[in-house]
Design a protein around this ligand. Structure first.
Ligand SMILES: *Cc1c(COP(=O)(O)O)cnc(C)c1O
Length: 456
């Protein structure tokens, strides 16, 4: 304890932290901590933020483990070769979990999140496409990528940042998934890959992965053009293998060349971890790999970030060995069951129509029935916020903009009592709004997440 003792916290109460310059002098550690925490008091409680897919529960041992590894920079493989070995091992485990072929060298990496993982996969497909085009003496200047209008924002970033033409198949009311139906209007010889989602952010559904795969097979037979698939399994990558082992969404489909998943979503690690895994080493184009000195040898590095915290790697490894396949299976199965429990309570209230008929991941996506005209999904979200719950409400992407969604991500830390209380709060909010009317409008922010479908 320092000279001022515990009273120093009180001494800081009339100190205002400036908006525009850093404090000239410091303060007592306890006072600084108290101010940081108090500035964040009005933020959401992470456990009640059900608009997010990201982990908000840790075992005490995980807290300790995080503290023990937080000062390690993972990229210093020379210094922390054992943590690097854990990463390599987990890439192999994921390749196997996602049914990669046994006779190949798997390749992949831990990333900061699925965003970095998606960018790496997108770059690999762009490079592979360009090399093949150049080798065939064809024009290689106009790459495009095909996805559904339900893609997460990262793909729109990838397309813009890396100069790939977006070919986004619009949604329609009642169908919020990419299917093979309109692919013939979007796919051509310049398509670097088709991205299909396992566990999409809007409704929690999977795209029609098998159907798209088979359509691309037929397309190749017809045209000689072979187009790879990337699966965005940010959420589904840690749900499908455990809940639906017979469902083929992964490397069992030969066209699936790369898969990403968020370790910090249903991988159960706190924020800061994603994974990208390639079907085999050669899919990750050699031109994208840099070699650094490592223990007297050469070690490939192929991530967008250089420095990163090693704690999440240790925590993912902890999760895998602590829970094992059986543990993840138990947790994911119960969580999906819990989402069905919540869904039933909400549907029984009579206010809502379900949006995710083909549910895979534990998400409840609802839309208010047409008969409720005096309030909308944004009002319900705002009203339950009074109780501390954060639920997302948004207008769906084109061409389903007229549909608003109210979405609850049921994460593994939520038990039945909590979900029952949540259902009661949502229903009470609807009853109140039915009497008093609402006035919320879609926040501008959501419009910015949308991308107009490309003209093609
Ligand atoms: C969350 C998510 C992303 C982005 O992942 P981060 O881990 O947040 O970077 C990409 N795609 C889908 C389908 C997602 O759910």
């Amino acid at each position: 304890m320092d000279a001022k003792g515990p009273m120093s916290q009180w001494d800081m109460f009339n100190t205002e932290i400036s908006d525009d310059h850093m404090p000239a002098t410091g303060m007592d550690a306890r006072a600084a901590k108290a101010i940081v925490n108090s500035e964040a008091w009005t933020d959401a409680k992470p456990e009640m933020n059900l608009s997010s897919f990201v982990t908000t529960f840790m075992e005490p041992e995980e807290m300790e483990l995080a503290r023990e590894h937080i000062l390690k920079n993972h990229i210093d493989h020379d210094m922390y070769p054992q943590l690097f070995a854990m990463e390599r091992r987990m890439v192999k485990w994921l390749h196997k979990l996602w049914n990669g072929p046994a006779d190949v060298e798997p390749y992949g990496a831990a990333t900061v999140g699925s965003s970095e993982a998606c960018m790496l996969a997108g770059l690999a497909h762009k490079w592979n496409w360009r090399q093949a085009r150049e080798a065939a003496g064809k024009d290689a200047t106009r790459p495009n990528m095909v996805t559904g209008g339900n893609v997460q924002i990262v793909w729109k970033k990838f397309l813009r940042y890396f100069d790939v033409e977006p070919r986004i198949v619009p949604l329609k009311p009642g169908n919020y998934r990419l299917t093979a139906e309109h692919l013939d209007k979007y796919v051509d010889e310049n398509t670097i890959c088709v991205v299909a989602i396992a566990g999409q952010t809007f409704t929690g559904e999977d795209d029609e992965i098998q159907e798209i795969h088979d359509w691309l097979d037929a397309y190749e037979k017809r045209t000689g053009i072979s187009i790879p698939m990337h699966i965005d399994g940010a959420s589904g990558g840690f749900v499908n293998p455990f809940c639906y082992p017979d469902y083929k969404w992964d490397f069992r489909l030969p066209r699936v060349q790369s898969i990403n998943a968020s370790g910090h979503k249903f991988g159960l690690v706190p924020p800061g971890l994603g994974w990208v895994v390639f079907r085999e080493r050669k899919v990750f184009n050699e031109d994208l790999i840099f070699y650094v000195n490592y223990l007297g040898g050469e070690m490939p590095t192929a991530t967008l970030n250089f420095s990163r915290n090693a704690a999440q790697i240790a925590l993912q490894y902890y999760g895998f060995i602590r829970l094992g396949f059986e543990g993840y299976q138990r947790i994911m199965t119960r969580t999906v069951e819990n989402s069905q429990y919540l869904r039933t309570l909400l549907l029984d209230s009579g206010y809502f129509t379900i949006m995710n008929e083909t549910q895979r991941i534990p998400v409840v996506a609802l839309t208010l029935k047409d008969e409720y005209k005096t309030f909308n999904e944004f009002d319900v979200s705002a009203k339950v916020r009074e109780r501390g719950w954060v639920l997302s409400a948004y207008a769906m992407p084109p061409d389903a903009e007229q549909v608003n969604s109210l979405r609850v991500v049921v994460r593994p830390h939520l038990n039945r009592n909590v979900l029952k209380g949540l259902a009661q709060d949502i229903i009470a909010a609807c009853e109140w709004l039915e009497q008093h009317g609402g006035n919320a409008t879609p926040p501008e922010l959501h419009a910015a997440h949308m991308v107009t479908p490309s003209k093609c």
